[in-house]
Structures are given as C-alpha cells and as structure tokens.
Design a protein around this ligand. Sequence first.
Ligand SMILES: [Ca+2]
Ligand SMILES: [Ca+2]
Length: 256
Amino acid sequence: MSNTENKETKTEVKAEANGPEIAEPKQTENKYTGPPVARVITSLFRSIAIEEGDIEKLRQELAQIREFEPRALFEEIDGDRNGSISAQEIQAWLTANFAQNTTADVCQEIIAEFDSSQDKRMDYSEFCNLIMPAANQNLRDYCLYGRRPSGPPGMSQPASVCALAVRIFESETRLAAKKRDARAQLSQNPEFDLARVFHDVSRGRYDIQVYDLVDFLESNGFFPRTEDLEAILRRCDHDADRALSLEEFTEVCEGL
Ligand SMILES: [Ca+2]
Ligand SMILES: [Ca+2]
C-alpha cells in the first residue's frame, strides 16, 4: 500500500516537473474547434423538424391535386418499368423535370431515407412514404383509394404534379445535405461518444421519451413546437412508440 502511494507521489512530482512538455500533446488532442456535440445534435434535430414540416406541407398540397395519381407518378419515374426506382432513374426524371443540382449520390441518399427493405431501391410503398401525406391519414387514404383514375393508364401526370414532386425531392436533397454535414461534424469531434450522449439525453433509461428530447433541445437553444416534435417522430421513430431507442437515435446521429 505504501509502495503504491510512493509510486503515485513520484509520478505526480515527475508530471509537475515535466509540466510544459506534457501540456503539448494535450493541446494537439484538443485542437478540434467545431461547435460542441450537443449543439450539433440539436441543430440536426432542428433541421429534421423544419424540413420534414415543409415536406409534409408539400405532400398535402400534392395530394389535393385532383389529377395526382401516386401509382402513375411512380411508373413515370420507374424508367425501365421493373417495379422499383433506382437512384439513376430518380436522377434522370428530376433532370427531365428541370430540378437543380441532382446527383446519383444524393438520389441514393434519398432512397436510403425511405428504404425499409434495405435493397437500395425504392418500391411503391416506400415511394408513397416519400410523397404521400404522413400527418393526415384521411387525405392519404382519399388519394390512395378514394379517387377514380382521371385518365387512361399510362397517361403522364400533369406539370403541376411533377413540379410539386420535384420540390419534395429538392427538400429531401436539402435535408440529406444537412444530415451529412452534421454527421461529419460529429464523427470528426473527439468529444463525440454516442453511447454517452444517449445515456445523458435518456437519463440512463433504455429510450428517449419526448419530454427528454424537449429538455435536451431546449437546454441547447431550440424550443420545439408540437408540430416540430411530430415531424421529428415521423422521421426518426420508426417503430412508432413515440420514443427514440438507441438504434433510432444512432441512425439520426450516424446514419445507417
Ligand atoms: Ca426501375
Ligand atoms: Ca421508437
């Protein structure tokens, strides 16, 4: 016991004597000067709330166009008519409809956002999650089942439908870019430890409840409205239990 004490004292004395030399590697370790982890995560949730809120407005606007037929639009984008949409098909369709700044990589990111089957392509049901209202079930059902086809099969969708669909893809592109930036900032930040952040936000429990999330966001300067929280849950709470599991939180911060 006294031996250990002696050793410790010796090390301390040594450390003090070598003070300036030890300080140097410490400085290089801490040379990261980006915003603190909690701020980056808060701003990521804020971007998700804002963009998903805007996208939902566009979806509802689209669903109210009488001629809009999700199946017909899907088939229009599915250039080779094989029943699923690839990144290249989205890019080609967007370019043909005058969308700006589309790359196959970005289209792949958009597919990943909705790819519940994880086959890197978008099938019709995933496509519906992208463009159909998520916060208004009546409008969604009306659009999917309640309307008669307004034209013969294979007729192309009117320009008003395409223009709104393009805007949805453009908003998805913006959201994907913000997520990419935030995740890069987190992965480069030596202070970022996902398990620790999850533990802090969830207060040591196995998932993050809405009030935990509100406390965390508010303590970092973002005061979410109810609709912001609903938008966040729509995007991040995949099993719809109104809480974020470690897996769901990891997906927000690090992607899939
Ligand atoms: Ca296809
Ligand atoms: Ca959940």
